[in-house]
Write a protein that binds this ligand. Structure first.
Ligand code: BGP
Length: 471
């Protein structure tokens, strides 16, 4: 739909950027922090760093927040490391860990930046993993207790809460992200998923009970699925994957019930989770205040060939590349979309479609909590990082966001990935996303100095204008 006049971004739009604890903080074993599943990983893809120092944000957060302020961020999305505040995930609380996030939040508030906190971003405490992690039904209570601690400590300072980052990617691509190497197969994964859904519902209810003025929502990765063609079988495959990748998670979080097609998929495969008495009521009782979602790319599928080749990824193994399911859908390269250096298709219009679809289904305010371009940025001879490709990527997506707002979508925030360079989930530190460059290499930490990239100056102006200036 073409619009003669575009609606502006709301005055209080939360422009900002995002990070996650284990990818940015470093200080992996300092000040009483317990290990997480990420810290005990003993293998990394060849030539890529571990997460021990990352961007050293734990020690340099003041300098980083000062730069965020300079860019003009209205918000900053970060995650709390569960094992930093509760070294074993349950029981004992680590005062120094608690203190770190108080200091970070205070620094942000003083800088006029609204904190948006993700409660759990891939880094489950290792002590909990040793007790079965999310496969253990007790995980529901572990997360509820952790939620209570976070709200008690920070709930009076933090208004926006995100429960679980990309739960759907942990279930569909956990081994690529490094979160579920020791899982007991697909059935177990859907059991973990069920526990997470119930845990998330409980956390939302606890937040509403403890601090009714605060807002809380889920944070899956949502990407609308296209059919490879108008062939009815391809369209049906797209419905299937939409249900399995997207709506399973949002229907449970928002409508409090399992998506029918996703349920029948799990049933067909023999992967139905065990649901205990009361679980359905807990799911139904949770009412998110908004939906946050991450969007990097759309996905395209064709009809299954109904053989083992359906499950062979078309290019690499990645959380943003579809792995098919025999008899259900098959990944397909969309010939209309360019790809980035890592094989991810770039689809700004797909963001508008995704925003519209989520809005149609759930009628809740929306926030985009990740979106961005990974690239091998370099500092040039003059000492600048001219990441025009990133500006182009972000510009194109923001343009579509404004169109979606004009379509009637209630979008209230945008925190692209990432505020500052950090370690990619599985492709090291040279795959950079930040507005701010961090001077380090995979194995040479250099001085970890900070340098604003060209994109940060562009973003500063955009925030000042509350959107793109019309060409
Ligand atoms: C999302 C994760 C982030 C982030 C991003 C980029 O799936 O929520 O943690 O890392 O993807 O992915 P990558 O680091 O693999 O390039």
């Amino acid at each position: 739909m073409l619009h003669k006049t575009l609606k502006p971004f709301p005055d209080d739009f939360l422009w900002g950027a995002a990070t996650s604890a284990y990818q940015v903080e470093g200080a992996w074993n300092e000040d009483g922090k317990g290990p997480s599943v990420i810290d005990v990983r003993d293998q990394y893809p060849e030539g890529t760093t571990d997460f021990k120092v990352a961007s050293d944000h734990y020690h340099r957060y003041k300098e980083d927040v000062a730069l965020f302020k300079e860019i003009g961020f209205k918000s900053y999305r970060f995650s709390i490391s569960w094992s930093r505040v509760m070294p074993n995930g349950i029981g004992e609380v680590n005062p120094k860990g608690i203190d770190f996030y108080h200091r970070l939040i205070d620094e942000l508030l003083e800088a006029g930046i609204t904190p948006i906190v993700t409660m759990y971003h891939f880094d489950l405490p290792q002590a909990l993993a040793e007790m079965g992690g999310w496969s253990n039904r007790d995980s529901i209570q572990w997360f509820a207790d952790y939620a209570q601690l976070l709200f008690k400590e920070y709930g009076h300072k933090v208004k926006y809460w995100l429960t679980i980052n990309e739960q759907n990617m942990m279930i569909l691509h956990g081994s690529a992200i490094g979160t579920n190497d020791k899982n007991g197969g697909q059935k177990d994964l859907y059991q973990q998923n069920h526990h997470m859904l119930v845990a998330q519902a409980k956390a939302m209810a606890i937040s509403h009970e403890m601090q009714p003025e605060n807002k809380i929502g889920p944070a899956p990765n949502i990407a609308l699925i296209y059919p490879a063609s108008s062939k009815p079988e391809d369209v049906m495959a797209a419905f299937n994957y939409n249900a399995i990748r997207n709506w399973l998670y949002l229907d449970a979080a928002v409508r409090g019930r399992y998506n029918d097609v996703a349920w029948s998929f799990m049933e067909e495969k023999g992967w139905l989770p065990e649901i205990k008495e009361g679980d359905i009521e807990v799911l139904a009782s949770a009412k998110p205040d908004f939906i946050a979602f991450n969007y990097y790319t759309s996905q395209t599928v064709e009809a299954s060939h109904n053989d083992a080749s359906d499950a062979v990824p078309r290019s690499g193994k990645d959380q943003h590349i579809t792995i098919g399911e025999r008899g259900v859908y098959r990944g397909y390269h969309n010939p209309f979309l360019p790809t980035n250096e890592f094989g991810w298709e770039i689809d700004p219009i797909g963001l508008r479609s995704t925003l519209r679809e989520i809005n149609d289904r759930y009628h809740l305010p929306l926030m985009i909590t990740e979106n961005g371009l990974g690239a091998f940025d370099e500092v040039d001879a003059e000492g600048n990082v001219n990441d025009d490709y990133r500006i182009e990527y972000l510009h194109a997506h923001i343009e579509q966001m404004q169109l979606a707002i004009t379509d009637g979508v209630q979008l209230f925030g945008y925190t692209p990935w990432s505020a500052i360079d950090l370690i990619s989930t599985h492709q090291g530190c040279r795959k950079r996303y930040g507005f701010i460059y961090v001077n380090r290499d995979e194995f040479d930490l250099k001085d970890l100095g900070r340098l604003r990239k060209k994109s940060s100056f562009w973003y500063e102006e955009l925030i000042r204008n509350n959107g793109l200036t019309q060409k």
